[in-house]
Design a protein. Structure first.
Length: 377
């Protein structure tokens, strides 16, 4: 959707999703994991769509992931949007069963349920008999420590599932963990050793690798059967010192607004609540029609960059519910209606804006509010 289209529809702020970028990024992930060995030995890909595909919208993203081997979502409620978008392959549900009511949603083929505690297996036993047998993925608590099965509980859960598999009540048993420090050179060694010791004698595929593992530990690809990229698919780097473009990725979402007011203020003029910004010299100031109610960070520092008509400008650190201020000193031609990009281009990566504001890029992507329409183009 063009910026003139934004103006004609009266949309104040909008996000643009580029499905072609997602397809490109998936190909880049495939290329990276394929380098670890022969193509036939390369792990398969669970394309991660948590948080409504990192805020991009499942309906926009699924068609771009046709070459993925499976999709990974947060909850069973996310399965229907994936199917509605045309996906017919396997879907991994990270949250598994949230309560016994969820078993009523198991009447769908090719579901893969992550199991983090024994009660989920109790609920699974209560599912309707006509349901297709799901896959079970036992999650080891590992070094994340949030949730998952400890060593003894894992062994007991596996033993409980074996007769189900023999009877055809489940389709398979897999083994899963999530590394807490994969973005460091030695971040997976200890956790991987514990997981390997736990599962060495247990048949079934393994899934252990997120985006950071794929980048930082390519040698590990031969030890896993499924990888679970998230940020990489959306053109976002999980590494603090790199952005997606430097990794050969393309940003898949950008946030757009426009100037809604322009004025010249004298030196010493206070601006914003309680005069929080005082003009140090006579300067041109623009008001952008995007604020924290749209999901923009509420307390950015002075100097956070934005693009005004494609060129960098300096934010003035003042964000209200609906607006933010920018310095137009280097933009003498900027007027009301001039397009502004808040983040999401190679010139203005979301990683860069997020870091300046003290956060991470997924906060920007997934943090957009319902006030921001999302268009694929």
């Amino acid at each position: 959707m063009s910026h003139s289209a934004i103006a004609s529809t009266g949309t104040r702020v909008m996000a643009r999703v580029d499905p072609a970028a997602i397809t490109h990024n998936l190909q880049q992930v495939r290329r990276r994991i394929g380098k670890s060995g022969a193509a036939t030995d390369s792990p398969r890909i669970w394309a991660t769509l948590k948080a409504d595909a990192y805020g991009h919208g499942i309906r926009h993203v699924v068609p771009a992931l046709a070459d993925a081997d499976g999709l990974a979502v947060a909850q069973l409620a996310d399965v229907a949007p994936c199917r509605d978008a045309g996906w017919r392959g396997p879907i991994l549900i990270h949250g598994g069963l949230q309560d016994i009511i969820d078993v009523t949603q198991l009447d769908q083929p090719d579901l893969h349920l992550v199991i983090t505690h024994a009660q989920q297996l109790d609920w699974l036993e209560a599912r309707p008999l006509h349901c297709p047998p799901p896959w079970i993925w036992l999650r080891y608590i590992g070094d994340m420590g949030y949730f998952g099965l400890g060593y003894d509980a894992y062994q007991k859960a596996y033993a409980r599932c074996v007769p189900w598999l023999a009877r055809g009540d489940i389709a398979g048993i897999g083994h899963l963990q999530h590394f807490a420090s994969a973005d460091t050179p030695t971040g997976i060694a200890a956790a991987e050793a514990r997981f390997r010791a736990l599962t060495a004698q247990l048949p079934g595929p393994r899934s252990t690798s997120n985006s950071a593992t794929i980048l930082c530990h390519p040698e590990h690809m031969s030890a896993t059967d499924w990888v679970r990229p998230g940020r990489l698919l959306y053109g976002i780097s999980p590494l603090p010192d790199r952005d997606g473009s430097s990794l050969g990725l393309r940003p898949a979402m950008s946030l757009h607004a426009r100037l809604t007011a322009v004025q010249t203020v004298a030196a010493g003029t206070p601006l914003g609540y309680h005069g929080a910004f005082v003009a140090p010299v006579t300067m041109r100031v623009g008001v952008v029609n995007c604020g924290y109610s749209h999901g923009y960070p509420s307390h950015p520092p002075i100097g956070v960059p934005v693009l005004v008509n494609g060129r960098l400008a300096r934010g003035l650190g003042q964000v209200t519910m609906d607006f933010l201020l920018v310095d137009l000193g280097d933009h003498p031609d900027a007027t009301i209606g001039t397009p502004v990009v808040l983040w999401g281009t190679p010139e203005l990566p979301a990683e860069h804006v997020a870091a300046i504001c003290g956060g991470i890029a997924p906060e920007l992507l997934a943090g957009l509010t319902g006030r921001v329409p999302i268009y694929a183009s």
